[in-house]
Design a protein around this ligand. Structure first.
Ligand code: PLP
Length: 391
């Protein structure tokens, strides 16, 4: 039996870096060295300088490549470093078609940095393939997908967008942060580059900032490796080790959080103070079937629209269990306010255009008991109701 025949759950633990070949250690050693002695003036060893290659970072890069079904993985100092380095594959004069409700930091990179470097973009509703096609220009070189999207959980057909990209010889980038390879494998659906904020579910404990990229194509792997080394935004070894440790429990964390997310989505759906719940597992979600077909599950992030901003403020003030914070994908539940947090980089009119209202909350479900979370929401809502009757 080879590693490849194991299920994903088993491969998280039994992969090419299961044990250290030198010592038998069951945890990847942290190699702090920045440089490596060369024993021969003509023939240098595999490692020469840790920006280019470091054994601890390499272990993480190998493992994520295996898990995503790619040939080569790259670890960066943050999700944005991974995304920005991937964008460096483009040149001045190129054009990107990008999903409109993209992560706020990616929005900022594309609109304020790439545009200054002469790389143009068009935002589209990626769930509408006609709109995707209409955005194509003679200089379109990449399609940037985030699915499910942030914060509205819209689902893009990765296979269909990848096919459109291939027709014109462009690349497809997929930000797989929300689902991870435990639930969705973009390379198998035709994407060229998978990107991650490993800060989120992959590491999972709100204790490290990290980014990952994985590719399948050998030539593309060489180009991205060259850019990783040239730009130099590599992940430090201690952080690489933390990500490797977090990865081991990815399956069990996501399975548990996803199960709770469904219960919470159903609870919110029937609540009179909640206008709308965005979660791909709900039968009313517009891309419910597509999500079922291209991913193994809906993930553990949902968002919900409250009656108005006043209700939101009261709810946030009274809810006790979740941390109220930026970020997602952790062992503790995280409640965020996209308008003031992840999407603050977006002008109010841009947010409005995308349907990100001032009464929308995003909820990343952690490992607390779902009944405790629901009871907490219920008591927070009760204050809103009490406030209403006092009026
Ligand atoms: C957080 C996040 C990023 C950015 O990652 P950092 O690790 O914070 O740099 C990119 N995409 C998505 C979907 C994210 O949630």
């Amino acid at each position: 039996m080879t590693n490849e025949s194991y299920t994903f759950q088993t491969r998280l633990l039994h992969n090419s870096h299961k044990i250290d070949p030198e010592t038998g250690a069951v945890s990847v050693p942290v190699q702090h060295a920045s440089t490596y002695h060369q024993f021969d003036v003509d023939r240098f060893g595999k490692y020469d300088y840790s920006r280019s290659l470091n054994p601890t970072r390499e272990a993480l890069e190998d493992v994520i490549a295996e898990l995503e079904g790619g040939t080569k993985g790259f670890a960066f100092s943050s999700g944005m470093a991974a995304i920005s380095t991937a964008f460096l594959l483009l040149s001045a004069g190129d054009h990107v078609v990008i999903t409109e409700d993209v992560y706020g930091g990616t929005f900022r990179m594309v609109t304020e940095v790439l545009s200054r470097l002469g790389i143009d973009h068009t935002f589209v509703d990626m769930t509408d393939l006609d709109e995707v096609r209409q955005a194509i220009r003679p200089n379109t070189k990449a399609f940037y997908v985030e699915t499910p999207s942030n914060p509205l959980l819209k689902v893009t057909d990765i296979r269909a967008v990848s096919e459109i990209a291939k027709e014109i010889g462009a690349l497809t980038f997929v930000d797989n942060t929300f689902l991870t390879p435990a639930l969705q494998k973009p390379l198998e659906l035709g994407a060229d580059i998978v990107l991650h904020s490993a800060t989120k579910f992959i590491s999972g404990h709100s204790d490290v900032i990290a980014g990952l990229a994985v590719v399948k194509d050998q030539a593309l792997a060489e180009k991205l490796g060259f850019l990783q080394n040239s730009f130099g935004a590599v992940l430090g070894v201690q952080d690489a080790w933390l990500v490797l440790r977090g990865l081991k429990t990815l399956h069990v964390r996501l399975a548990q959080s996803q199960q709770s997310a469904l219960q919470i989505a159903h609870y919110l759906e029937q609540h009179p103070l909640v206008r709308k719940v965005h979660y791909p597992a709900l039968a009313g979600h517009p891309q419910h079937d597509l999500q079922k077909a291209q991913a193994k599950g809906p993930g553990a992030v949902l968002s919900f629209e409250l009656e108005d901003e006043e209700v939101l403020r009261s709810f946030v003030a009274h809810v006790e269990i979740p941390v109220f914070a930026v970020s997602l994908g952790a062992v503790e539940s995280i409640l965020s306010y996209p308008a003031k947090m992840s999407h603050a980089a977006m002008a109010p009119e841009e947010r409005k255009k995308r349907g990100i209202s001032d009464s929308l909350l995003r909820f990343s479900v952690g490992l607390e008991n779902a009944a405790d979370l629901i009871a907490d929401f219920e008591q927070a809502f009760s204050y809103v109701r009490a406030g209403e009757t006092a009026k």
